[in-house]
Ligand binder design. Structure first.
Ligand SMILES: [Zn+2]
Length: 342
């Protein structure tokens, strides 16, 4: 289900573009960074079916990607992870992810790997990550898309498990791991639990992000900022419940990656038109657009930008600003940012 791309030109209303095709071409051609993308959420049903066959287990139900709330989504995510078992599985899905990124005009991506889930499954991160690195290397050679990795801990598995993820991230800094994050059930595990983990990660030179303000309120974002000292936040949908927080984010320019279709599909917002993207942009926050788990949500980065245009009235110039923001919000060095946005 792609909710944002109008089916035909007659339903498409835009003062700037004559057809959805023209708008799509403009968006695709914009050099973009994708900063909030889970490797495990990029796997199309056809790839999942082939993974299942290769492991001799039943193919997942066609309804796997249908859910109406966040717990339902987490269940599906867990099932996807259960089909990822060997380095060659990760090699395949990494390569296909980079094909997707290339189709969307993405030049650079910071991609989450659910290292917390791998450890919980008692798998060898080292071996699986070799499959990922090989896929990334081949993808870069073929498509010119550069990818760096953020290892994601699962909040509800607790601080000790998150510390193992931080240690892994530190151990693989030379192989393209740039940071760590926490995801999962925000209501069950507030940011304060992970203060020591983030302190360790920061001291070891990792860059820090956190999912916050998606399923929980502004207090979760304040905690991520003040206690974890996260440098970037994922989602931040509930920030606007606290005008002081919006002002703080605008002043401090702490970036927030926004994923409107994801927020709608997981029930973080009940109607797409309620999404705060436009209001945050107008308030001066450093927001960029991302897809989160595009295969699971039936979106891609082009359709998210299209949504910004058709639903939230972003002009071509403002769409270009969102693309520019995506590099500014990244963990690239200033020289690298300048090279991508020249
Ligand atoms: Zn996410």
């Amino acid at each position: 289900m792609i909710i944002s791309m109008p089916e035909n030109a007659s339903a498409f209303q835009s003062p700037e573009f004559r057809t959805p095709g023209e708008a799509g071409e403009f968006i695709r051609a914009l050099p973009k960074a994708e900063l909030h993308l889970h490797l495990e959420g990029t796997i199309e049903p056809v790839t999942l079916a082939s993974l299942a066959r290769s492991h001799g287990v039943p193919e997942p139900s066609p309804d796997l990607y249908r859910y109406t709330d966040f717990p339902g989504f987490l269940q599906s995510f867990k099932q996807v992870c259960s089909l990822l078992r060997a380095p060659q599985d990760y090699h395949l899905v990494t390569l296909r992810m980079i094909e997707r990124l290339h189709r969307d005009g993405v030049r650079y991506a910071e991609v989450y790997i659910s290292a917390g889930v791998m450890l919980w499954k008692n798998e060898s991160f080292l071996q699986l990550f070799q499959g990922i690195c090989l896929g990334a290397q081949q993808g870069r050679a073929k498509y010119g898309v550069e990818v760096r990795w953020i290892l994601d801990a699962v909040r509800q598995f607790g601080a000790d498990a998150a510390m193992r993820v931080a240690e892994l991230a530190v151990a693989h800094k030379q192989e393209g791991v740039i940071g760590m994050g926490i995801g999962g059930d925000e209501k069950q595990a507030p940011p304060e639990l992970f203060e020591g983990v983030y302190e360790y990660a920061r001291n070891q030179g990792l860059r820090l992000t956190a999912h916050a303000g998606e399923a929980a309120g502004p207090e979760s974002m304040w905690g991520a900022l003040r206690v974890l000292r996260a440098e970037r936040l994922g989602h931040g949908v509930t920030a606007e419940q606290d005008p002081e927080l919006v002002k703080h984010l605008a002043r401090s320019r702490v970036p927030v990656d926004m994923c409107p279709t994801s927020n709608f599909r997981t029930g973080a917002i009940s109607r797409i038109e309620d999404h705060p993207l436009r209001r945050y942009f107008d308030a001066g926050m450093l927001v960029s657009l991302s897809t989160d788990d595009p295969a699971m949500f039936g979106c891609d980065l082009t359709s998210e930008y299209m949504l910004a245009h058709t639903q939230f009235g972003f002009t071509p110039k403002e769409l270009a600003r969102l693309a520019y923001n995506s590099f500014q919000a990244s963990f690239l060095s200033e020289e690298e940012k300048a090279r991508y946005t020249r």
